[in-house]
Design a protein around this ligand. Structure first.
Ligand code: 5GP
Ligand code: ZN
Length: 114
C-alpha cells in the first residue's frame, strides 16, 4: 500500500530498528516508546485492522500471535512479563490503519490495563 507508513517500514522505504521478521509480520522498535521496551508487531499484509480478516485468515493471525511469543523470548521479556495491546478504531486512538500489536515491557505497568 503506497501511502501506509507501516507498509513503508516493512519494505524498507522508511528506516526502522527491526527486531524480528517472518512470513506473517515485521516487528520494529516504536519511534515514541511508552515503556523501556516498546515493539510494534505489524502484519505483513496491509489490512487496516483485525476487523478486516476472516475465518480463512486463522493461520495468518495465529502466526502473528506465535511471533509475539517468539519476540518476547528473543528480547528477554519472559521472566518479568510483558503486555500486548491492539488499538482498534477511534476510541482506542488507533493512529496507523495497518494491523499491529504493541509489545510493552521493561517495568511494572500496574494492575489496570489503562
Ligand atoms: P497506534 O496508535 O496506531 O496503535 O500505534 C501506532 C504506533 O506507531 C505509535 O506508537 C507510534 O509511535 C508508532 N509509529 C508511528 N510512526 C512510526 C515510524 O515512522 N516509525 C516507528 N518506528 N514507529 C512509528
Ligand atoms: Zn500498510
Amino acid at each position: 500500500m503506497d501511502n501506509c507508513i507501516f507498509c513503508k517500514i516493512i519494505d524498507g522505504r522508511i528506516p526502522s530498528v527491526k527486531v524480528y521478521e517472518d512470513e506473517f509480520c515485521t516487528a520494529f522498535k516504536d519511534i515514541n516508546p511508552q515503556m523501556p521496551v516498546h515493539i510494534v508487531v505489524a502484519s505483513k499484509r496491509h489490512v487496516p485492522s483485525v476487523l478486516g480478516f476472516g475465518a480463512e485468515d486463522k493461520e495468518f493471525l495465529g502466526g502473528i500471535q506465535l511471533a509475539i511469543a517468539k519476540i518476547a523470548s528473543q528480547e528477554g521479556l519472559v521472566e518479568n512479563g510483558f503486555r500486548v495491546i491492539n488499538n482498534c478504531g477511534a476510541d482506542a486512538h488507533q493512529s496507523v490503519p495497518h494491523l499491529h500489536y504493541h509489545i510493552l515491557a521493561g517495568g511494572d505497568m500496574g494492575e489496570r490495563i489503562v
